[in-house]
Design a protein. Structure first.
Length: 346
C-alpha cells in the first residue's frame, strides 16, 4: 500500500478566486496533472432538513393552488372544449396511456430515491434535489395562477370533480388540496380529479428532475445502465402524458425547459461559487445567490464524486461490499474538473 503525505493548501481567504480553495494536495504516484479531489464533503443534516421542509411547503402550496384553479377551470365545462393541439390532431386519445404515465412516474421516482440513498454523499444530493424540486413546484404554482386553460381531455364533465364555493366549504377545499398532495397527482384509478392544472406539467417536471439527477449523480458502478434506462422510461412517460391527454403538448414543453434551466443553472453555480458575486452582470441574481450560498458554502466546488455506499452502519458485510465496489470503479479524477468555472460538467 502506498502512503500519502497530506499537506493543506492555504485557507479560502488567502487564495485568489480562481484557485481550488477547498482541496488538499497529496504527494502521490499520480501524475501532477491529475485534478485534486476534495477530502471532505460535510453532510450538514440540518440544512438537508430545511430543504425537505421547503419541499413539503411548496408541495402543499401547489396543492392549494390547483384546488383553487379547479373552481375556475370547471365553472363552464359544458360550454368549453379542449384547445387545439398538434399532437391531439395527429394522435387520438389513448386511455391506456394515462395509467402508463402514472406508473412510470412512480417507478422513476422510486429509482431516483434509491440512487440518492446509495450515494456516498446522499445528504448533499438529497438536499439539492429537495431544494430544486421545491423551487420548481413554487414556479408551477405561479404559472398555474397566471393563465387558466380548459381541461385537455374531452370527458371533462365526467372526470372532473364538481366545483364548490370555497368560502362556504373551506374544509372541502383543504381536503381536496391535501388529497392531491397525498396521491402525488396520480389519478389512473378512474376516480374524479382536480382539473385545470395546465400550462406546466407536474408529471413532466418530475420526469425531467429524476432523469437529470440520474445522469448527474448516479454512482459509477451503475453507469451507464441506470441513467440510460431512466431516460428511455422518461421518454415513454412524456409521450404517454400527451397522448393520454393529461396535458397539452405546450405543458410538457414548458416544464422541460424550466426544469432544465433551473437544474443546470444551479449546478453551474456549484462550479463558480467563489467568484459569482464579483460579476457585475449578475448582481440581479444576488438574492438567489445568498440562498444558494447558505446551502452550498461548505460543499467543495465541482462535481460530487460518484461513489456508492451502504447507507447504514450494519450489517458490516454490506458496508464492506459497497466500499469495495465503490473503490473498484472509482477514478482518480472523479469529483473534480480541470476548470472549476467551466460550463460543462464532468
Amino acid at each position: 500500500m502506498v502512503d500519502y503525505k497530506v499537506t493543506a493548501l492555504p485557507g479560502p481567504k488567502s487564495l485568489p478566486s480562481d484557485e481550488q480553495e477547498d482541496y488538499l494536495r497529496t504527494d502521490s504516484p499520480l501524475d501532477e496533472s491529475t485534478p485534486l479531489r476534495p477530502t471532505a464533503y460535510p453532510a450538514e443534516p440540518g440544512k438537508t432538513a430545511i430543504a425537505i421542509v421547503l419541499l413539503i411547503v411548496s408541495v402543499i402550496s401547489n396543492g392549494l393552488v390547483v384546488a383553487h384553479i379547479h373552481q375556475v377551470a370547471t365553472a363552464n365545462l359544458n360550454d368549453t372544449s379542449p384547445l387545439n393541439d398538434l399532437v391531439f390532431d395527429l394522435v387520438p386519445q389513448q386511455l391506456w396511456a394515462w395509467t402508463v404515465a402514472d406508473v412510470l412516474v412512480a417507478v422513476c421516482s422510486a429509482v431516483a430515491f434509491l440512487l440518492i440513498l446509495f450515494h456516498a454523499h446522499w445528504s448533499i444530493v438529497l438536499r439539492r434535489f429537495a431544494l430544486l424540486v421545491s423551487v420548481l413546484y413554487l414556479l408551477r404554482a405561479l404559472f398555474l395562477l397566471c393563465t387558466y386553460l380548459p381541461p385537455p381531455f374531452p370527458d371533462a364533465v365526467d372526470r372532473c370533480l364538481p366545483p364548490i364555493v370555497i368560502s362556504e366549504q373551506p374544509l372541502e377545499y383543504i381536503r381536496r388540496a391535501f388529497s392531491l398532495v397525498v396521491t402525488v397527482g396520480i389519478s389512473s384509478d378512474c376516480s374524479r380529479i382536480l382539473c385545470g392544472d395546465t400550462i406546466y406539467s407536474g408529471h413532466t417536471m418530475v420526469y425531467c428532475m429524476v432523469c437529470l439527477n440520474a445522469w448527474y449523480y448516479c454512482p459509477q458502478p451503475l453507469r451507464p445502465y441506470v441513467p440510460v434506462g431512466m431516460t428511455v422510461a422518461v421518454v415513454f412517460g412524456l409521450i404517454a402524458v400527451v397522448i393520454s391527454r393529461q396535458h397539452y403538448t405546450i405543458d410538457v414543453v414548458i416544464a422541460i425547459f424550466v426544469t432544465f434551466v433551473i437544474f443546470y443553472g444551479y449546478h453551474h453555480w456549484t462550479y463558480c461559487k467563489r467568484e459569482l458575486p464579483e460579476r457585475k452582470n449578475l448582481r440581479i441574481m444576488r438574492p438567489l445567490y445568498i440562498v444558494f450560498l447558505f446551502f452550498e458554502l461548505q460543499v467543495p466546488s465541482g462535481q460530487l464524486p460518484r461513489d456508492m455506499s451502504w447507507p447504514f452502519r450494519r450489517p458490516k458485510l454490506l458496508v464492506r461490499f459497497f466500499d469495495r465496489l465503490s473503490h473498484r470503479y472509482s477514478r482518480p479524477g472523479d469529483g473534480v474538473c480541470d476548470n472549476p468555472n467551466a460550463v460543462h460538467y464532468c
